[in-house]
Design a protein. Structure first.
Length: 134
């Protein structure tokens, strides 16, 4: 489950509908009713309760779907994996058994500990670049 304050219009999440998980895009938030309008497919918009929304774990597959490219030159040698999209980069590495993620855009770097989800990356991206990551 995702809390309402972690979501913004444009975020990508999983929704549970009739026992099936589908990826969708947040279109609108209704804080009063604690519901979120999510677009799945090309034309299917539906309002979901928060209990039906789930985060998508960030991994290489998701980064590639978000149009990041793996930078082989910067990856490896204990520095982890680096994915770039324009001037924005994501470095994922393990240090002493702990997952560390560095987000870098121009002169700003954010060092995060632990796992990150797609919607959290999207929120960091908009906070650092003023553009939404889709």
């Amino acid at each position: 489950m995702i809390s309402l304050h972690e979501l913004k219009a444009g975020d990508t999440v999983l929704v549970s509908y009739e026992g099936q998980l589908q990826e969708g895009k947040v279109m609108e938030l209704n804080p009063e009713d604690k519901q979120v309008c999510v677009l799945t497919g090309e034309e299917n918009e539906f309002w979901y309760d928060l209990e039906s929304l789930f985060p998508i774990p960030l991994d290489e597959t998701q980064l590639l779907k978000l149009k990041f490219k793996k930078d082989e030159a910067l990856s490896g040698n204990g520095g982890g994996q680096v994915f770039v999209r324009g001037p924005f980069s994501v470095r994922i590495r393990n240090e002493n058994g702990q997952k560390l993620i560095d987000l870098h855009y121009r002169d700003e770097t954010r060092a995060l500990k632990g796992d990150l989800t797609v919607n959290e990356l999207q929120n960091h991206y908009i906070g650092m670049t003023n553009f939404h990551l889709e």
